[in-house]
Design a protein around this ligand. Structure first.
Ligand SMILES: [Zn+2]
Length: 293
C-alpha cells in the first residue's frame, strides 16, 4: 500500500512538472513594478547566501563585497530577465541580473529562511530570492548588454522595436511551426508556453502550422493579439499556474482567463469542443481543434 502511494506520489509529481509554467514577460514585469515601489534607493546592509550555486558570477566573495552597502538605482526588464542597476559603495555602477527560470521568486518582506539568497535592506526589510529547484541564475556584471542572453534577444513585444512588417516578413521566411517559433527568444523576447498558446487561440491559428503558411492577415492578427494578451496579463498581475508569485509573494489572476492553457479535456469556452494537448518542439501545447485552423 505504501509503495503504491509512493509511486502515485511520484507519478503526480512527474505529471505536474510537465506543466510547470515559467514566469514570462507579464510575470517578470509585475515583479519589476512591485519592487520599484519598495526597494529603489534602499541600501543593502547584508547579503546572506544560503545556496551558493545560484550565484553564477563573479566569485561569491566579490558578489558579497560589491553588493554590501550598494544602493538599488533602477530595475530593468528585458524579456524574462530582470536586472537591478546598483551603485556600489565605491560609486561604481553594476547590474544584478536575475533569471528566475522555473521556480525562482523575488519577494520583498521579512526574511524567508527558505530563500536561496537574501538581501537585507536599510529599512529592515529583505529582498529574498527563493528558488525551490535552484535552476535560476544571479549574476553581478558591469555591462548588462554583454550578457549572452541579452545580446541574442529579439525585440520587446510591447516596444516600438516590435514592428508588424518585420513580424510578417520574418514569419513568411520561416518553415518552423508557429508555436515553437513564438517561444524562440531570438525572434521575440519574453513569450513562453502560456502566452504563445493563448495568443494562438485568440488568433484562431493551429499551433502546429508552419509559420510561412500563415497569410498576411493571420500574421497581423497574431501580432496584435500577442501585444493585447501581454498587456491584459500585466493588468492581472500575471498568471500563477505554478510557482510564480509577485514582488509581495501573492499570486497573479490571469490564469482565471485561460482559454486553452492547462485545460486539456475541458470544453472550449467558445465552441464547446474539447481542448487538446500535443507536444510541439518538446513542449506541451494546448489548443482547440474546433477554433484553431
Ligand atoms: Zn473552440
Amino acid at each position: 500500500m505504501l509503495r503504491v502511494s509512493i509511486i502515485l506520489f511520484y507519478f503526480c509529481l512527474l505529471t505536474f512538472n510537465l506543466e510547470k509554467a515559467l514566469p514570462e514577460l507579464p510575470e517578470v514585469e509585475t515583479i519589476k513594478n512591485d519592487l520599484e515601489k519598495v526597494i529603489l534607493n534602499k541600501k543593502i546592509t547584508a547579503v546572506i547566501i544560503h545556496r551558493s550555486s545560484v550565484v553564477k558570477e563573479p566569485s561569491l566573495k566579490k558578489f558579497k563585497s560589491l553588493l554590501l552597502d550598494s544602493k538599488f538605482r533602477k530595475i530593468i526588464r528585458r524579456g524574462k530577465l530582470l536586472a537591478f542597476e546598483i551603485i556600489t559603495a565605491q560609486k561604481e555602477i553594476y547590474f544584478l541580473s536575475v533569471h528566475l527560470r522555473m521556480t525562482g521568486q523575488l519577494v520583498y518582506g521579512s526574511d524567508d529562511p527558505k530563500s536561496r539568497v537574501s538581501f537585507k535592506l536599510s529599512n529592515g526589510f529583505y529582498l529574498c530570492y527563493n528558488d525551490q529547484r535552484t535552476l535560476g541564475e544571479l549574476r553581478l556584471v558591469k555591462d548588462i548588454q554583454a550578457l549572452n542572453v541579452v545580446k541574442n534577444m529579439g525585440p520587446e513585444p510591447l516596444s516600438k522595436d516590435f514592428r508588424v512588417n518585420d513580424f510578417i516578413k520574418y514569419i513568411s521566411m520561416r518553415k518552423a511551426k508557429i508555436k515553437p517559433l513564438l517561444l524562440d527568444q531570438k525572434f521575440v523576447a519574453g513569450i513562453g508556453n502560456i502566452y504563445a498558446a493563448e495568443a494562438l487561440f485568440i488568433s484562431k491559428i493551429d499551433p502546429a502550422r508552419n509559420a510561412c503558411d500563415l497569410n498576411e492577415q493571420e500574421a497581423k492578427l497574431l501580432f496584435k493579439n500577442i501585444k493585447s494578451i501581454l498587456k491584459k496579463a500585466i493588468k492581472c498581475r500575471g498568471s500563477s499556474f505554478s510557482d510564480y508569485r509577485d514582488g509581495h509573494g501573492n499570486k497573479g489572476t490571469f490564469s482565471n482567463n485561460f482559454y486553452v492553457y492547462g485545460r486539456k479535456g475541458q470544453a472550449c469556452l467558445v465552441c464547446k469542443d474539447f481542448i487538446q494537448r500535443i507536444k510541439l518542439g518538446g513542449r506541451g501545447t494546448y489548443f482547440c481543434p474546433g477554433c484553431q485552423k
